[in-house]
Each structure stands twice: as structure tokens, then as C-alpha cells.
Design a protein around this ligand. Structure first.
Ligand SMILES: Nc1ncnc2c1ncn2[C@@H]1O[C@H](COP(=O)(O)OP(=O)(O)OP(=O)(O)O)[C@@H](O)[C@H]1O
Ligand SMILES: [Mg+2]
Length: 306
């Protein structure tokens, strides 16, 4: 099922938590929603799952509007909410049975589905504990299990790896990648590296607005802004720098600690050619020209700080 979000806005009082957001996710795609605290991630997810009404806009899941066919569409959605509400007094198995009942999973299918969820989410050893007795990470695993038990077509996970240990994070990422091949998945996080490990595409939100919608690779290496480290021999470095900075599209020319020249290029192409031509004219020669990958934190900060 495809998810299409059209021009979604939601205000709380005078604050616009979500501001004219549009995007779509196809079956077989994993979309990551990334953004700092308060960016609007949870609000968007709550609207998508029909828990919250927007002030404007629409959400289509599998072709139908979630606001017109809420009951029918919700059967196809699995949701792990940020607060992950669970019934503390129930034990793990009873809780999963209860959820399976809510989703009208036929009685004869229930034991296998519950077994599958216990196995997939690493809950087998904890299955007879009451939820109150579980550690935070295990509670999170139950949240994931309840979201997947009815084999939903669309899966919405608000910060799925919060509170998990590194082994479980690895396993949950694998699981998400696996199920993502045949389903439609949206998940949120603060961590770009995590998105990179799981998502085909990343939407970056800041103050309710989309500031980027790219593949992780495009985010790391935007064609419109590249950084190059260059080594040029046979010339005076100050002279080289001043002439380089005259090239159109090159800026922030500076010498690094390793005696390389670091330049920022803000045009699509032709920069290398211009640098090369400059060197030929001046009888300098290039011994190195390397693109520098931007750190993920830098990208995040750049896009979400004004
Ligand atoms: N029920 C509510 N009433 C008033 N304001 C709200 C409500 N829910 C969210 N907000 C506000 O909307 C903005 C977006 O909140 P949201 O929870 O969507 O952010 P988020 O991106 O999920 O942040 P976090 O990373 O901290 O989970 C915040 O400024 C928040 O205070
Ligand atoms: Mg949130």
C-alpha cells in the first residue's frame, strides 16, 4: 500500500507543529523521518495513524483517505507510538493475545503469530513475566511485536530503537529492512546514521517543515555543495589560494593542518576542470584532489539550525 501525504498542517494553539508537509512512500520503501526535538515527527505519525486530525491536508493509504475510511485503513497499519502504551498488569503472552484479538486475528492463527513475534522480537525468555517487571528495552520489543502481529501493510514506528541494546538495535534494523521489502515503512529517529542503515529515503523536518527529502547518499554527497581537498605543488601556497578563490563557484578556500587546500564548491560541475586549467596556466601540478564526505552530524545540524 502506498502512503501519500498532501499538504498536511497541524497547529496547537498558535504553534504550527506541522506546516504544509507533502511526501509519499511506496510499497517496498522505507522512509525515515528525521528531525530535532519538537520538529513534528510524532505529530505527523499520529495524523497518519488516525489518532490526530490535521487542520489542513489529507492522507491517502492504499488509495483511500484515512479521514474517510479510518476504520478500514487502520486494520492495515501497525503503529509503535513514542509513548508505547502497554498494560502493566498483563503478562507478555496475554497482552499479545489481547492485541491479536483486537486485530481480529483468527483463533487458529493466534498461537503461531504470537510465537513468531516472541521469536522475532527476542521475547521468548521473558514471555511469562508481567509487563511491569520488564526492563525498558523489553517493553520496547513488546511495542514492536504488537505493531507487527497482524502483518500490517503499512508500518509506522516512532523511534523504534529507543532503549534497545546494540545487539537488539542490530536485530531490529535487520528485521525492519527485511519486512520493508514487501511493506511500506515510515520510521522516525534523531540519528542520521541509523536512518542511513535502514532507509531508502530520508525526510528531514525542522519546525514542522520539510528541509530535505533525499536518499541517504544524496544527503551525504549533495551535488550542489561539495568539499574537495587538493594538493598543488610547484607554487606559492598563498598565491595558489588567492587564485583558486577567484574561480566561480569556489569559496571558503583554506589551508588545512595537513598542508592541503580545502575548498567548498557550490556548482554542479566543471569545478575540477577549472582547477586543472588554473594549474596548467600557472605551471603548478596537482598531486591530489579528494572529495571530502561530510559528517552526518554536520549535515543534520546544517539543515536543522537557523
Ligand atoms: N497535544 C499537544 N498539545 C500542544 N502542543 C503539542 C501537542 N503535541 C505536540 N505539540 C507540539 O508540537 C511540536 C511538535 O511535537 P512533536 O511531538 O511532533 O515533535 P517530535 O519531532 O516528535 O519531537 P521529539 O523528537 O522530541 O519526539 C512541539 O513543539 C510540541 O510541543
Ligand atoms: Mg516525537
Amino acid at each position: 500500500m502506498d502512503v501519500i501525504v498532501e499538504n498536511l498542517s497541524k497547529s496547537f494553539g498558535t504553534q504550527k507543529a506541522v506546516d504544509a508537509v507533502s511526501f509519499s512512500v511506496k510499497k517496498g520503501e522505507i522512509l525515515g523521518i528525521l528531525g530535532p526535538n519538537g520538529a513534528g515527527k510524532t505529530t505527523i505519525m499520529k495524523i497518519l495513524t488516525g489518532f490526530l486530525f490535521p487542520n489542513e491536508g489529507n492522507v491517502f493509504i492504499g488509495g483511500g483517505s484515512i479521514f474517510k475510511k479510518a476504520h478500514k485503513i487502520k486494520q492495515h497499519i501497525g503503529f509503535l507510538s513514542e509513548s508505547n502504551p502497554l498494560y502493566d498488569d498483563m503478562n507478555v503472552i496475554d497482552f499479545l493475545k489481547f492485541i491479536a484479538d483486537i486485530h481480529n486475528i483468527p483463533r487458529y492463527r493466534m498461537p503461531t503469530r504470537i510465537q513468531d513475534m516472541l521469536r522475532i522480537c527476542g521475547l521468548e525468555h521473558e514471555r511469562h513475566k508481567t509487563i511491569r517487571e520488564l526492563s525498558k528495552g523489553y517493553k520496547q520489543r513488546i511495542g514492536i511485536a504488537q505493531a507487527l502481529i497482524h502483518e500490517p501493510e503499512v508500518i509506522i514506528f516512532d523511534e523504534p530503537t529507543t532503549g534497545l541494546d546494540p545487539n537488539q538495535i542490530f536485530e531490529i534494523r535487520e528485521l525492519i529492512r527485511q519486512i520493508g521489502k514487501e511493506r511500506t515503512i515510515l520510521l522516525s529517529s534523531h540519528i542520521l546514521a541509523e536512518m542511513e542503515a535502514m532507509c531508502n529515503r530520508v525526510l528531514i523536518l525542522n519546525k514542522g517543515k520539510i528541509v530535505a527529502n533525499n536518499t541517504p547518499d544524496e544527503l551525504r554527497n549533495p551535488s550542489s555543495h561539495r568539499i574537495l581537498d587538493i594538493c598543488i605543488q610547484n607554487g606559492d601556497i598563498a598565491d595558489i589560494c588567492s587564485k583558486l578563490s577567484l574561480i566561480e563557484g569556489l569559496h571558503e578556500v583554506r589551508v588545512t593542518a595537513h598542508e592541503k587546500i580545502r575548498v567548498h564548491a557550490s556548482t554542479d560541475g566543471g569545478i575540477e576542470k577549472a582547477i586543472f586549467a588554473l594549474c596548467v596556466t600557472n605551471d603548478w601540478y596537482i598531486t591530489e584532489m579528494t572529495p571530502v564526505e561530510k559528517g552526518l552530524e554536520d549535515i543534520f545540524r546544517q539543515l536543522t539550525q537557523n
